[in-house]
Design a binder for this molecule. Structure first.
Ligand SMILES: Nc1ncnc2c1ncn2[C@@H]1O[C@H](COP(=O)(O)OP(=O)(O)OP(=O)(O)O)[C@@H](O)[C@H]1O
Length: 616
């Protein structure tokens, strides 16, 4: 009956607290039996007028001692319940957290963030009752009727048998609703996580919804979801209430039968008055533990449904433990690289997608071959949706299960530990995440031991020092996602953090899209300065930014359409040349190289200078 061995094994430390809890409750019951025996004995002797002073004092002393024992046992039992709940919460949340770490940066390919949050918070909370109350009560509810039966057998066997036989009717009634309840609770949890998911998404996109006046439409959609959740909650509550009513009927009916039996036996002279009174006073104790178990049962069932979700999360397949480190000779060579997203994959991830392989979905990269020499500056360009960011994701180790080969030095990318990849490849997108806190805290993520002077130097390089000095300096407070900075400032700060990270490889994925020209100039200047010292992979849809690259790969629908330097590609008159002409006419740049605001011009000379430097 809802004894989940795996769950108990997972939090095996809680076993001792459960045993302690059961022992405390059992001692309390034993004290109650002793007290009731003493009290009924006194009542009988009073009735028969055989009681004396000593009887009274002895009974009072026994009762006082029993009350003390029961009081302490109750305290001990709730302490044990608390300790077991605490252990369960801590252990399960730790396990979920560690699992997420093991799943790595691509965890949301397999599970939605909202689902993880709900399972880790509410789900674990439900299991607290399972361990803290249900499990101890389960064992105590077995032990208590057996103990009472053994004692009352010495008083009157028929009454003891009637009471004992009625007790299992409670678990029978619970089992009757169990299958139905299980399905209902599984539906309830599904609805709960779906509502949480919609709620989180709509809350995050509230500004967009307001802009497009779609908030009322989404509001209605959420109302519909909430109504579904309300209905299923009501069904769960009705099921619980009905089940509790049935259990009450059995408990009170059983106790009444026991009392009637005791009275009949007394009339027939088969039991003494004190014995009869003892049976009457203890009859309720036969049923109370089981009845209590019944009320914990429904909460525990909810916990069981939550535990299914927790185990499905904990059982998600992990990439094999990788041992490879990042080779220092970090020339990156992709050969015949193929990649597909999982069938239901989205940014939000699959909801515990059973099939985690990327096979079966739409193939995005169709056998890409590219080379990124150590210290080289290589750009990837192409029309929107051709697979540039997917390429970056694979290089970052986020695209699990790619086909073909990606070699970093002499090692295959899939053999390199994720932490090693993160340490050695810095990825800067146009949506870099900045955390709530100070500028300094955000920068130190890139290099925890950086001095203030180092931080200011970097801020100077990205042209943010002036702005910050006029404000709160390094202690300037950022709100969530640094929404109190402009888009350009945010991106420059993200670049500063990336530069501090000082990794051998940098991937810039549209790092300058949607920002002001001045910030774009600052960022591009730093990216160009990095080239030559680091391996730089620049992904951009804006060809003016890539003209100085050593090599440019032009992607088209998941293939490499052509590659070469800017001049070679222009001379080739292919996809790149056409894109260049279109963009140039749009930007009205003519054929002149891009001129930065500080007067420095990016062009072929830059690349040649870098090459000369590297050669020197
Ligand atoms: N998480 C994902 N799940 C499923 N499909 C995806 C996912 N991310 C991207 N895609 C698909 O992969 C294709 C390539 O997307 P990708 O983001 O790599 O293109 P891109 O060249 O970087 O485009 P852009 O320049 O617009 O950023 C697109 O058709 C897109 O629909």
């Amino acid at each position: 009956m809802m004894i989940n061995k795996r769950l108990i094994g997972t939090v095996s430390e809680s076993k001792k607290y459960i045993a302690g809890n059961v022992a405390a409750q059992w001692c309390s019951l034993a004290a109650n039996i002793v007290m009731m025996t003493a009290v009924t004995g006194l009542l009988a002797s009073l009735f028969h007028k055989t009681a004396d002073k000593n009887n009274g004092f002895l009974t009072a002393a026994i009762a006082a001692a029993a009350v003390m024992v029961r009081y302490n046992c109750t305290l001990l039992s709730s302490r044990m319940g608390y300790l077991s709940s605490k252990t369960v919460k801590k252990t399960l949340r730790e396990k979920i957290y560690e699992k997420l770490l093991r799943l790595g940066a691509s965890y949301n390919e397999q599970v939605k963030t909202s689902e993880v949050v709900q399972v880790a918070v509410e789900g674990v909370e439900q299991l607290e009752t399972y361990f803290g109350a249900y499990l101890p009560q389960f064992f105590y509810a077995m032990l208590a009727p057996l103990t009472l039966f053994s004692c009352l057998c010495f008083v009157n066997v028929p009454s003891a048998v009637v009471l004992f036989v009625c007790v299992p009717l409670i678990p029978v009634s619970i089992a009757a609703v169990q299958t139905w309840a299980k399905k209902l609770l599984s539906k309830y949890w599904g609805q709960y996580t779906a509502l949480g998911d919609t709620f989180l998404e709509n809350l995050q996109g509230l500004t967009t919804l307001k802009i497009y006046q779609s908030d009322s439409f989404k509001n209605e959609e959420m109302n519909r979801e909430a109504e579904k959740f309300r209905r299923i909650t009501m069904k769960v509550l009705t099921m619980q209430l009905n089940s509790i009513t049935v259990m009450d009927l059995i408990a009170y009916g059983g106790a009444a039968l026991g009392v009637i039996m005791a009275a009949t036996q007394f009339r027939a002279g088969n039991v003494t008055l004190s014995g009869c009174l003892l049976v009457i006073l203890l009859s309720a104790d036969f049923f109370i533990p089981m009845r209590q178990l019944g009320s914990f049962f429904h909460v525990a069932m909810n916990g069981m449904a939550a535990s299914d979700k927790i185990f499905r999360l904990l059982d998600l397949p992990e990439a094999e433990e990788k041992t490879g480190s990042f080779p220092q000779d970090c020339k990156i060579v992709c050969t015949g690289l193929r990649f597909s997203y999982g069938e239901n994959s989205s940014d939000g991830g699959n909801s515990f997608n059973e099939d985690n392989s990327s096979c079966g979905g739409r193939e995005i990269l169709h056998g890409i071959s590219m080379q990124f020499p150590k210290g080289g500056f290589v750009s990837i360009v192409g029309e929107s949706g051709c697979g540039k960011s997917t390429m970056a994701a694979v290089l970052m180790g986020r695209g699990r299960g790619y086909g073909g080969s990606v070699k970093i030095g002499d090692k295959e990318l899939s053999d390199i530990r994720e932490t090693e990849l993160m340490k050695n490849i810095t990825y800067v997108s146009n949506q870099s995440y900045l955390f709530k806190g100070t500028v300094k805290e955000n920068l130190l993520m890139g290099k925890p031991d950086a001095s203030d002077q180092e931080l200011w130097e970097i801020l100077n390089r990205v042209n943010l020092a002036g702005f910050l000095k006029s404000g709160g300096g390094l202690g300037t407070l950022l709100t969530e996602k640094a929404s109190n900075l402009s888009g350009g400032q945010r991106q420059r700060l993200a670049l500063a953090r990336a530069l501090l990270h000082d990794s051998p490889v940098y991937i810039f994925d549209e790092a300058t899209s949607n920002i002001d020209v001045e910030s774009e100039n600052d960022i591009m200047r730093e990216i160009h300065a990095l080239a030559g010292q680091k391996t730089v992979i620049l992904i951009s849809h804006r060809l003016a930014s890539v003209t100085v690259s050593d090599n440019i790969y032009v992607m088209d629908k998941g293939n490499v359409a052509e590659s070469g330097s800017h001049e070679e590609l222009l001379a080739g008159g292919g996809v790149y040349a056409k894109l260049w002409d279109t963009q140039q006419s749009l930007e009205n740049y003519g054929n002149s190289p891009r001129v930065y605001l500080d007067g420095h011009s990016a062009g072929v000379e830059d690349r040649d200078r870098r090459k000369d430097g590297a050669a020197g």
